[in-house]
Design a protein around this ligand. Structure first.
Ligand code: MG
Length: 391
């Protein structure tokens, strides 16, 4: 290994990876494995996959590991911590970056623990900012911590906004592939199978975000995520459909200039950029071929086909616990669809009914948010079983 031409070998960045065995976690390990002179995994956590986590520990010789909720009877290696508190301890370890790739609301407490310890958090879990954006930002500010996006659209916006003043921004525009049902007759949505909904045209991702992409709830959640990450008002965050997923998002500036970020759909690019704190590493992906390649087409979102986008935007604008209720109800609805307990066309109506029934709360504490999350899960679950209580 040679030293850099500047004569200074940058120190290895110590990384804690929470959610090491999921889709993002595995790609994170791939990036770290390719740059052993740049990154050092010092802590890893997983939800329940002890075998997968043990493989990561052995491959990278990771000194600290924790599993949040091991499957009954799983044989735990010596020294592996158990439970959410153990994962939160890892999140607070002395390191350069904590990568949060735990899906859903379970990522909230470990993210808070990392921010309280003043760590830079690279977040792949949009639900954390959706649920508790105000609180997360306040915690980050008081601890001097930073939040870096791993989500591809937000990484794109981050790249487009580098070196620009906030006052120069006119609008953020998130791109969406439109998923597998962009052109399917909505009258047939009740017949959509789980397999069809899991067949995303451009991205390979975990099941929750793939279903969210089919309904476009994913883009709705990303509007809220962008609002908090970049301090841009909701009316100034737009969504367009871009079926080939080459333009990952763009920014319109007040002078009429538009800056976009393009690339092949490969999550390792935003992952590497966040792990390296904005520095570009060589050879993460091949550059996208623009001549003779896939078309760069853009379309308006059909809100009758994709009501989840407006539903999420309204929840974001309402604020308080509404985004947390949206996100929790959506997690229940998606899990129920994946479990064949509701139809595809039942997902968004269940989320809408839950939001409608939810009590408003303007300035929630973390406890309020967790209460609202629990309430929404109970309400949505009860509604699934056809036994909704109005209490
Ligand atoms: Mg995304």
């Amino acid at each position: 290994m040679t030293t850099s031409s500047a004569g200074m070998q940058p120190g290895r960045r110590r990384v804690v990876l929470l959610g090491a065995t999921g889709s993002i976690g595995r790609q994170c390990c791939d990036v770290i494995g390719r740059f052993p002179d740049r990154f050092e995994l010092i802590g890893v956590a997983a939800g329940s996959d002890v075998v997968g986590l043990t493989e990561v520990v052995e491959r990278f010789n990771v000194p600290r590991a924790a599993v949040v909720d091991p499957r009954p009877g799983a044989a735990l290696p010596a020294g592996m911590g158990v439970g959410l508190e153990a994962a939160c301890e890892l999140a607070a370890l002395d390191c350069e970056v904590v990568c949060v790739a735990i899906p859903g609301a379970a990522a909230l407490r470990p993210t808070m623990a990392a921010l309280d310890a003043g760590r830079t958090v690279a977040t792949a879990t949009k639900e954390v900012l959706v649920m508790a954006g105000e609180l997360v930002k306040a915690r980050a500010a008081s601890g001097g911590a930073r939040i870096l996006p791993v989500d591809s659209e937000h990484s794109a916006l981050w790249q487009c906004l580098r070196g620009e003043r906030a006052e120069a921004v006119r609008r953020l525009v998130l791109t969406a592939s439109g998923g597998p049902f962009r052109q399917r007759d909505p009258a047939t949505f009740s017949a959509v199978t789980v397999d069809e909904a899991l067949r995303h045209p451009t991205w390979t991702m975990g099941p929750k975000v793939t279903i969210d992409s089919a309904t476009m709830m994913n883009k709705g959640l990303e509007i809220i995520e962008a609002h908090f990450l970049f301090d841009v008002a909701y009316p100034d965050i737009a969504v367009v459909i871009h079926p080939t997923s080459i333009v990952h998002s763009f920014v319109e500036f007040i002078d009429g200039a538009v800056i976009a970020q393009l690339g092949v759909p490969d999550m390792r690019v935003p992952i590497a950029l966040a792990l390296a704190d904005g520095e570009r590493l060589p050879g993460i992906a091949a550059p996208v071929q623009l001549t003779g390649g896939a078309p760069l087409d853009f379309f308006e979102v059909d809100s009758a086909r994709f009501p989840a986008v407006a539903l999420a935007r309204a929840a974001g604008e309402r604020g308080g616990v509404a985004p947390a209720v949206l996100s929790a109800a959506n997690e229940v609805a998606v899990a129920a669809f994946l479990d064949h307990r509701i139809g595809y066309d039942g997902i968004v109506p269940l989320v809408a009914e839950t939001i409608e029934a939810a009590p408003g709360l303007p300035a929630p504490t973390l406890a309020d948010i967790l209460d609202a999350d629990g309430w929404a899960r109970r309400f949505a679950s009860a509604h699934l079983a056809g036994a909704v209580s109005t209490a």
